[in-house]
Write a protein that binds this ligand. Structure first.
Ligand code: SF4
Length: 249
């Protein structure tokens, strides 16, 4: 597992961005997160040791662009090079999350075809309007591995029209930070039920800082949010039999 942040900084783009962790973290260092800049780590995937081997050894999952958005327009000038490195390192798996999937074709490599097999793209939908805006387009795209993310989840969401196709996993979670918006237990149950009906693996990743269950609001410390989500037992993976039935439908 490795991190690769080829550029840093972002513009707030939709409702889920209100309390963006990149902004919160940069503010604590008196930095301006709205300035998108190329990082020193830009060439990390292809950096080599003295003996000529890659510094980043494989196999590894490379969590990419987690302090920006891979498709942000300020990075159009760098994206072609980023794609070139991703292609060169076909021995690594790259995973990134975007709210800007509508910009997918910006600087897409000519040889993309049906998608590079080593790239997984996760699209974030924080509410129903963003799901309905982004997912029909996302589903139509030539991408080998697709994930849906509802994080921070801001309301109950019906994902069922978008499941059952090429979506490999759904991940949800609440919002963190001092002003976190509320997440409700029943929203998580609802998504879980939709995933079970569609035989799509479901991960309740974390509760967020303010979580409501049975009419009671819990303030949950950062280091407890993943643990509490795990304890809920809601995360779900289809059995091999469910999966093979789903594959035949
Ligand atoms: S798109 Fe992501 S990184 Fe950019 S402002 Fe929104 S939450 Fe932050």
């Amino acid at each position: 597992m490795a991190d690769w942040n080829p550029w840093h900084g972002c513009q707030k783009y939709s409702e889920g961005c209100m309390h963006c962790y990149v902004y919160r973290r940069d503010a604590s260092y008196e930095l301006d997160a709205s300035k998108v800049r190329k990082n020193k780590a830009f060439d990390d995937p292809i950096a080599r040791k003295r003996d000529g081997s890659y510094k980043l050894s494989s196999p590894a999952m490379v969590y990419t662009c987690f302090t920006s958005d891979f498709f942000i327009d300020e990075a159009d000038q760098w994206r072609a090079d980023a794609w070139r490195m991703i292609k060169e390192r076909s021995d690594l798996s790259f995973f990134f999350i975007t709210k800007r999937i509508l910009r997918f074709y910006s600087e897409l490599p000519d040889d993309w075809g049906n998608g590079y097999t080593n790239v997984t793209i996760g699209v974030t939908c924080e509410n129903q309007a963003r799901a309905d805006e982004r997912l029909p387009f996302f589903l139509s795209l030539p991408i080998k591995h697709k994930t849906l993310i509802c994080e921070p989840m801001l309301e109950d969401i019906d994902l069922s029209p978008y499941l059952g196709g090429p979506i490999e996993q759904v991940v949800i979670g609440g919002e963190s930070g001092p002003n976190a918006r509320l997440m409700r237990y029943e929203w998580a149950v609802h998504i879980q039920q939709q995933c079970i009906a569609a035989s799509v693996p479901f991960s309740f990743k974390q509760t967020g800082a303010n979580f409501e269950k049975d009419g009671r609001i819990y303030r949950i410390a950062r280091n407890e949010q993943m643990k509490q989500a795990r304890k809920s037992g809601l995360s779900w993976t289809p059995s091999p039999i469910d999966q093979s039935n789903a594959d035949q439908t």
